[in-house]
Ligand binder design. Sequence first.
Ligand SMILES: O=C(CO)COP(=O)(O)O
Length: 258
Amino acid sequence: MSDRMPLMAGNWKMNLNHLEAIAHVQKLAFGLADKDYEAVEVAVLPPFVDLRSVQTLVEGDKLKIKYGAQDVSAHDSGAYTGEISGPMLAKLRCAYVVVGHSERRQYHHETDELCNAKVKAAFRNDLTPILCVGEGLDVRKAGNQVAHTLGQVDGGLKDVPAEQAETIVIAYEPVWAIGTGEVATPEDAQEVCGAIRGRLAELYGQEVADKVRIQYGGSVKSGNVAAIMAKPDVDGALVGGASLDADEFVKIVRFRDQ
Ligand SMILES: O=C(CO)COP(=O)(O)O
């Protein structure tokens, strides 16, 4: 049994405007009792335009829900139209920022090199990156999921020192399981999450590797979360679609009751 605190994070993707965000976080707060936070850390990852509203609600009502962004610029300021910087997110007291989600790698052509720069931008601004890695269907069919995913881990962590690396969150999200209803088996999740921890041990030593939280993401629901969380190297879930339903997300947070 590891002493890593599980992290259940809801990636809303491009859903919920700032008014809907307030209603949604209120529902989550209503559904979660104090004792739920003792054993699980809960975070929401809304669109940028919702963050100020979420901050106001969380701080005003002293909620224990953490929040963060879905992306961050590699640059801290300057002529980068449309980008949002680490210092801006830090000012909103974001705890987390997603880096290298497969949808950004796919639709915005984000490379491991860019993800590495964004991981560094996050750390530079005291934000915890949630670095997303994972293979597509072709790679899985060829049996190369471990090598592929470890390549993304190496790329994302290049020149990141141990004292930062030990605080990162890595989300293993096989692309073929995202939004498809096709969930990886708990064994599939463990195979790659275990390999990621092994690689962290090679890069930084076992002590650091044992501190890093590794999430699984891809069609996580209340009905499948407990079996995935039972695996030794899975320390949480990055939840997309199911996080948009407050009751369902509360059940996922309470995975031990499922
Ligand atoms: O991409 C994901 C979370 O970042 C997973 O999305 P789904 O839970 O909708 O499959």
